[in-house]
Design a protein around this ligand. Sequence first.
Ligand code: AMP
Ligand code: ZN
Length: 500
Amino acid sequence: MPLRLYNTLSGQLDELTPSDGKELRMYACGPTVYDYGHIGNFRTFLQIDVLRRFLRLQGTRIRHVMNITDVDDKIIRNAAAAGVPIGEYTPLYERAFLDDLASLRIEQPEIFARATEHIPEMVDLVERLAAVGAAYRTGDGAGDGTDHGSWYFRLAAFPTYGKLSKKDLEGITDGARVDVDEYEKDSARDFALWKATKPGETSWETVIGTGRPGWHLECSAMAMKYLGESFDLHAGGEDLMFPHHENEIAQSESVTRKPLARHWMHVRFLLVDGRKMSKSEGNFYTLRDLLLKGYKASAIRMALVSVPYRHQLNFTFEGLTEATNAIDRLRTFVARLKKASLSEGTTVALQEAADRAEAGYFAALENDLNTAEARAPIFDLVRMMNSALDLGTVLAGDRERVLAVLEKFDAVFAVIADQDAEPTRAALAWAESQGLLDKVAPEVLVQQGLTDADIEALIAERNTARKQRNFRRSDEIRDELAAKGVIIEDAKDGVRWKRK
Ligand code: AMP
Ligand code: ZN
């Protein structure tokens, strides 16, 4: 059965299948690379990963595009504060984002598109909008030899504005929701397509003037470049519905007169301890924060995927512990089942139980990606199989069938195969490089062999090696310690060490 997914545009569950019968073309708004990703961001990217993985499990081919916003106000501000051009500032955070995706086993989209690499496409879209009367320029002719014109979208030229979020246009007036700019706009509701830059800011010299693109323009231009004027699905967090996605629709549809996307998916915002996550509230967590506290990447993934995307997830540490235990149960069961020595054959009751679990699992995901309901039949099956193993009634054919069901579960949930060591190791290496070892939970240091006692033991071994004139070994230990951020100094009264 095809997936039925809630469509923000139609306000109902609609079947999601490739409109060209071949490949599902989807666009998901990506990160603004000015900082490390937080668990709210990853909640959204993980739910899009659930969608991706489930479609693939059903045999659907996908062409998934994600933008990387590598120029915007925050990036310009942060890069200026760091005293580097934006092109030197963003790669670190883009790399960190890709590493975090890998840690959480989020599949990469087929295409990543950086905003700064698509300026000509954006300029072209502004020109097309101007040609149909939907874009205008303000503040032109500054008189100082530079061209300071900003371009705006004329909302009055797009009467169906608001159809996605069902916002009443009359309600959209001044305030935080509209771009504030130094230049006169024809209407307070009009939004910026292209921003004139102030001296010293990053800018591009183009036929529409010297400036930089607005964020909304970027997504419209890149989505249409890689997916065509009209594609199957557009996704993002619920905060993007208005104004970002409305603006994308207005920009694209004003020139194409075709629906930008048939289907719109929005992931509900995550709360932490029942509150909006914010740095000032002290409940703000990046993925790295949680890994350094000793939580496993798989547990973080499990906690963030197990609540369906349209439900409000309240993230708590108890929830993370529950996820850790749930994964343990699955991994322990799989190891036990694989080790068991079983006779050939199959059991009717267990084969039926496996079929039921698989059917229940698929039915739940087909129904608007209900991950919570999809988990239940899998854990029921594990409970039943554990009892059957206790009783010795499992046969080899049952094992095969049950492992096949679990493989389908893991094709989407991706938590059973234990790949937890690397993300934790990488987070620790990152913490060392940033001088953040004081943020690392003691158990993480123990796992990675970095407690004070471990260090003392290595130094003792090095002293012995030196006494035996085994300099190869003693150098090796010095290098190993250095790689773990520990510097040793040979002093008269012995060896002193400190963490970098
Ligand atoms: P940003 O880098 O802020 O543009 O956000 C990247 C993605 O994360 C967007 O799809 C946002 O909608 C989403 N997002 C940001 N905060 C949260 C949150 N607290 N819960 C869920 N999604 C979020
Ligand atoms: Zn976007």
